[in-house]
Design a protein around this ligand. Sequence first.
Ligand SMILES: Nc1ncnc2c1ncn2[C@@H]1O[C@H](COP(=O)(O)OP(=O)(O)O)[C@@H](O)[C@H]1O
Ligand SMILES: [Mg+2]
Length: 388
Amino acid sequence: MTKTTPEVEQIKRAEAWLNAQFFERREIIHGLFLALIARLHIVLLGPPGAAKTALAEAFARVVTLQYWSTLLTRFSTPEELFGPLSLKALEQDSYRRIGAGRLPDAQIALIDEVFKGNSAILNTMLPVMNERVWFNDGQRLPLPLQLLIGASNEMPESEELNALWDRFALRYEVNYIQDPQSWDQWMTTIADPTSVQNIAPVTVDAGVIGHLQSLVDHVDARPVIPTLGALKNALAQEGMELSDRRWGVTVRLIRAEAVLNGRDQATADDVRAVVGALWDTPDQRTTVTRAVLGLVAPNELDALSIRDDAHELLRAVAEASSDEERLKKAGEAGAGLKRLHNDAMRLLNGAQKAGHTTNVIQEIADEIYERQANVLLEALEIDRGGAK
Ligand SMILES: Nc1ncnc2c1ncn2[C@@H]1O[C@H](COP(=O)(O)OP(=O)(O)O)[C@@H](O)[C@H]1O
Ligand SMILES: [Mg+2]
């Protein structure tokens, strides 16, 4: 049943390339592929300078789709999205827009500050997102749009925006790089002339995206219905009731995830694809993650909290204000990480025995192992420096 096709391999390579380029964006990068393959839309929420634009651009380049972007303000007019009125047409009393080079030509569109648009803009966006059509001089025209990426610094605040928010099936929060070691790596990447930034991007062949999109409807998602039922109950217990439309979107995402895993039948493991789709307020995000992982990969949930503990130990080392304190914290972190690595290995064994996917737990175990070695080296260096 699981067979990796050349198309799926291409996507994996493209994802890996983007992950090498963008730090701590793994989930969002996967979300971009999922949304594209499922033909749904995605919104990225976060502060300026967190690679929202850079990532959208790089993604479009990698999947070789026509990219266009704009930034909305309260004063934006439909002209900015759909182009100016044709003067020639006006002479004939018709209101035809020249859409070339704007949204009517775009396959991937990034709309920045997407919740800032006024009602005139909003009204044009809903048919764009729902049916991928626009209206030109009364004519309903199809759009080549594959994926709309919204970006915003804030959550939508007015009722009027609910419909727009709802059309973004996948929602992700973007933060600045959190892990000091990732940040160092990023600095090295942009400072080193031989680094990956300068290597031509991996690109996906023409036709691959369309092919994978066409497989989504053929995935049998019936095997995950019991898992979704349990998820519905788990969320209800947390006071979350989702619309039936949202559950419909959920099934679509699960099917797309199965496609990206080279399968024509969904498994419980594919249910993890819905984490980005089931929350409305940021505080629900953790609830949803816990509910989903609790069902499909309980050991992974524990491994994530082990990773948080590890990061806390490492932060204490990074934040130490003197060599003496640093040495002490490094010693503590060394011992703590050793214990956490053992815990992670136990979880890994458990997950293997239960037949769950283990790559995330494996990654966490490896990371802790590597960090432990680094922190011990660092302690040695401080010690030597002090002895000079
Ligand atoms: N996590 C990250 N990994 C790699 N590059 C990043 C990361 N965060 C920010 N950058 C870089 O910072 C710059 C600013 O990002 P930009 O896309 O303009 O941010 P935004 O659109 O969120 O305001 C870009 O050159 C981007 O490549
Ligand atoms: Mg930007």
